[in-house]
Design a protein around this ligand. Structure first.
Ligand SMILES: [Zn+2]
Length: 249
């Protein structure tokens, strides 16, 4: 446990847009793709009956990219830290994204909400040729439903701050988001699906005092891109300042 313990200090609310630069397919399960019926539909938000980027997909993909970067991935394919296999008490991945053993590290810091699109999305259906790996012959094409390029989703993440280490880990989360931009979200990434970009990223700090007073918190800045955010150390300094000021209230 870090020296200043797990006293909740506040939240950083990260909101913005996710733009699909290529078609996006987030299916309801991997098994479904392998069975490969004629129709591989995209996952829908049950209430709005509209395509959605589940928070779990977003969080899981960012996590796995950071695991790869740190060489912390498991051979079982399960997330690192999920079988009490991480003994590093200061592990950034387990602290931010969660592990099966939270006693030492405190609560999972990151909450990722489902990203939704306001309005209607006309999905497209794309036929993909599939080669049988054993026979080398083309099988009959499969039909993938996709969210078309250009679709914009609104995302929201909440990063909970308990100690100074959490503030230090923040650029690491942004780095993971930036890695995702050069990877892919959803299925068929090797076919070019799922290239996304984070845009218009707004950072809002809400301290314990803000929650007590019903205040909206302090919006640090809206930043055009993750690249800019990672270069822009002023925003991160300012976030830190808010907690330095209100740190002992
Ligand atoms: Zn870990």
């Amino acid at each position: 446990m870090s020296e200043d313990g797990f006293r909740f200090k506040g939240n950083l609310v990260i909101t913005g847009k996710i733009e699909c630069l290529t078609g996006l397919h987030i299916g309801s399960s991997k098994a479904e793709l392998e069975i490969g019926g004629l129709d591989n539909p995209v996952i829908l938000d049950p209430q709005r009956k509209a395509p959605v980027i589940p928070g779990s997909s977003l969080k899981g993909k960012i996590r796995s990219l950071l695991e790869m970067r740190e060489q912390k991935y498991t051979s079982s394919g399960k997330p690192h830290g999920h079988e009490k296999d991480c003994s590093d008490k200061d592990c950034r991945i387990c602290t931010i994204f969660g592990s099966s053993d939270d006693v030492e590290r405190g609560p999972t810091r990151l909450i990722v909400r489902d990203a939704i699109h306001k309005g209607r999305i006309e999905t497209e259906v794309k036929a993909e040729n599939v080669i049988n790996r054993l026979t080398g012959k083309a099988e009959s094409p499969r039909f993938f439903e996709r969210v078309p390029a250009g679709t914009i989703f609104d995302f929201e993440m909440v990063y909970q701050i308990y100690n100074t280490a959490d503030l230090e880990h923040l650029p690491y989360l942004f780095e993971g988001m930036h890695l995702l931009e050069d990877s892919y979200l959803g299925g068929s990434g090797s076919r070019g699906y799922g290239k996304i970009e984070f845009k218009e990223i707004t950072l809002t700090v809400k301290t314990v005092e803000d929650y007590k007073n019903g205040s909206l918190g302090r919006t640090i800045e809206t930043i055009a891109s993750l690249q800019q955010l990672l270069r822009e150390t002023e925003a991160l300094k300012e976030i830190r300042q808010v907690f330095d000021e209100g740190g002992n209230s």
